[in-house]
Design a protein around this ligand. Sequence first.
Ligand code: PZK
Length: 295
Amino acid sequence: MVRLPAASTLAPSGLVGKEHGLELVHSGKVRELYADGDDLIMVASDRVSVYDVVLPTPIPGKGQVLTQLSLWWFGQLADVVPNHVISGTDVPAEWAGRAIRCRRLEMLPVECIARGYLAGLGLESYRETGAISGLSLPPGLEEGSRLPSPVFTPTTKAAAGHDEPMAFSEVAALVGEGVAASLERATLEVYRRGAALAASRGILIADTKLEFGLLPDGTLMLADEVLTPDSSRFWLASEWQPGRAQRSLDKQFVRDWSAGLDWDRRPPGPAIPDDVVAATQARYQELFARLTGGE
Ligand code: PZK
């Protein structure tokens, strides 16, 4: 069994920042993770990435919207699988609204992806082999097509470079047969429940990436963020049209604007103009209101 590293071994000390008296244990493209005693505090920034490049201009309010959306989904899905959330309010005041106090888990080294529509790497795999993660799909599907039923397409968690697809047997070899089966079940059930709820509000969730961890007693817990536009592809149902690339509900303004620039999609990215920032900000807020509204 893999032992949970002590907080001080998660990142080499001397390289970690100290802010608010908390130790920075992980810095992602758009989020930071701090240790607070036995707990972790996950902080979402307003940074935005397109084509895997973080742009120099923040989208004000993005971190708050994604944090509140994730908290809302954790609540909606709590009967499917328990989650790592301790509190969305008991966080340092400067991060109020965009941070979550979480339980520290033994994270499982698998990116758990569920796909209900053909896009991204799932589309590439289907075009090359007619299958995704070893699961044969019917012929004649197009970009954006809905799959006959959602599929579990786990990948490795590469520290650097690209995540590689994993067969179910490879997941089982890493985490054990029982945990692997639980990961597949929980991933597909979270996706089905989330996609059905979103669809009832005019939003399609094409795919989503989930991360899980274990409590010391072996209980499987949903961790990280859940069903946010940074972890999932959201499409407007009214615009959905298989056979072409679908418009991303959140970042389309940024993508459309950047497509007209002389930028090779390598860092550093270009600064985003005010009108594109404002339109993108409005998109995030609209997405949140649509999904969570009408409670
Ligand atoms: C954990 N990440 C990803 C990287 C972030 C997040 N509950 C947990 N217990 C232990 N470890 C993690 C979690 C969670 N969630 C998550 N890395 C470790 C990550 C960078 C920034 F906000």
